[in-house]
Design a protein around this ligand. Structure first.
Ligand code: C2E
Ligand code: CA
Ligand code: CA
Ligand code: CA
Length: 277
C-alpha cells in the first residue's frame, strides 16, 4: 500500500504543477480582463456573390493579454467552464451591435452574426438579454444571426428550445456553425430550428484546384437549399474555392480571401477590401 501511495505521488509530475499554475493564472487573467472590459471584438465580413457585396459581419471575441493575443480556441472553452462565457458573449454582442448599428441601418438586408455557446443558452434569461441588447442599440432582431453548433441540440431541454423559438419568432435567425463536423447525419438537418448552415472550413479546404469532384460539398449545399436554408461557406482562402462554391450556388462566402477579422475602427477598409476580392 505504501509503494502504491508513493507511486501515486510520483505520478504527479512537476510539469503538471506548472500546467496547473499556468491555467489558474490564465483564468485569473481572463476574469480580470472581463471585469476591466478588455475583451474586444474582431469583425469578419461575409460576402454575397450574387449581390457582389458584404452583407454580414461575424463578431469574434478578442483577448489581447499584455500585448499578446490569446486565441479564442484557448479562452472560450475556459470561459465556458468557469461561467464567464455569459458575460463575454453579452459584451461581444453589445459591442458588435453598437459598432455595426450605423452600417446595419443603411440597409436592412445586412446583418450581424454572433457566436452563442450552449452554456449561454442554458441561462433562462438568455433570450430576454438578447432582446434588450438589440433594443438598446436600436438594431432590429431580424438583423441578428445567432451562430450555434449542433452540439447545443444534443441534450437540449425545453427551455433552450423555447428560448431559441421565441428569438426566431421575434425575427432573429439561427445559423448552424461548423456544419459537417458534428455527429448527426445530413438527414437530421430538417429537425433543427435553424435558418442557415455554415459549412465548416475543413470541407472548403478540400477544394484545391477547383477541378475536382467533391460530392459531399454539393450534397450539403443542395440538401440545405432543398430545406429552404441559406448556406454560408467559411474559411474561403483562394479564388478557386470561391469559384467552386459559387458554381454550387452557395449563398455567402467568408474567409481570408476577402478579409481577416478586423477591429471595429477598420470596418470601412474591410468592406472595400472584400468588395475588391
Ligand atoms: P468559428 O465560429 O468557426 O469562427 C471562424 C474562425 O475561423 C475564426 O477564428 C476566424 O478568424 C477563422 N477564419 C476565418 N476565415 C478563415 C480562413 O479563411 N481560414 C482559416 N484558416 N480560418 C479562418 P477565431 O476568431 O480564432 O475563433 C475561433 C473560434 O472561437 C470560433 O470559431 C468560435 O467557435 C469561437 N469564438 C470566437 N468568438 C466567440 C464568441 O464571442 N463567443 C463564443 N461562444 N465563441 C467564440
Ligand atoms: Ca461562428
Ligand atoms: Ca464556424
Ligand atoms: Ca469553428
Amino acid at each position: 500500500a505504501k509503494a502504491a501511495g508513493k507511486n501515486r505521488f510520483l505520478r504527479f509530475h512537476p510539469d503538471m504543477m506548472t500546467a496547473l499554475v499556468q491555467r489558474t493564472d490564465m483564468l485569473t487573467g481572463l476574469q480580470l480582463a472581463v471585469a476591466r472590459r478588455e475583451i474586444s471584438v474582431g469583425f469578419q465580413p461575409i460576402v454575397s456573390p450574387r449581390m457582389a457585396q458584404v452583407v454580414q459581419f461575424e463578431a469574434l471575441a478578442r483577448w489581447n493579454r499584455d500585448g499578446e493575443r490569446v486565441p479564442p480556441s484557448v479562452f472560450i472553452p475556459m470561459a465556458e467552464r468557469s461561467g464567464l462565457i455569459g458575460e463575454i458573449g453579452a459584451e461581444v454582442m453589445a459591442r458588435g451591435l453598437v459598432r455595426l448599428a450605423p452600417w446595419l441601418s443603411q440597409d436592412l438586408s445586412r446583418s450581424l452574426a454572433v457566436n452563442v455557446s450552449g452554456v449561454q443558452l442554458q441561462e433562462p434569461d438568455f433570450a430576454d438579454g438578447v432582446i434588450s441588447l438589440a433594443e438598446a442599440s436600436g438594431v432590429g432582431l431580424y438583423q441578428l444571426v445567432l451562430e450555434v453548433t449542433e452540439s447545443v441540440f444534443f441534450d437540449a431541454d425545453s427551455s433552450l428550445i423555447k428560448q431559441l423559438a421565441s428569438l426566431r419568432e421575434a425575427g432573429a435567425r439561427v445559423a448552424l456553425d461548423d456544419f459537417g463536423t458534428g455527429y448527426s447525419s445530413l438527414g437530421r438537418l430538417q429537425d433543427l430550428p435553424v435558418d442557415t448552415v455554415k459549412i465548416d472550413k475543413s470541407f472548403v479546404s478540400m477544394v484545391r484546384t477547383g477541378r475536382e469532384r467533391l460530392p459531399i460539398l454539393s450534397s450539403m449545399i443542395n440538401m440545405a437549399h432543398s430545406l429552404g436554408l441559406t448556406v454560408t461557406a467559411e474559411g474561403v482562402e483562394t479564388a478557386a474555392q470561391a469559384d467552386y462554391l459559387m458554381a454550387l450556388e452557395c449563398d455567402s462566402l467568408q474567409g481570408y480571401l476577402f478579409s481577416l477579422p478586423v477591429a471595429g475602427s477598420r470596418l470601412e477598409l474591410a468592406v472595400q477590401q472584400a468588395d475588391e476580392a
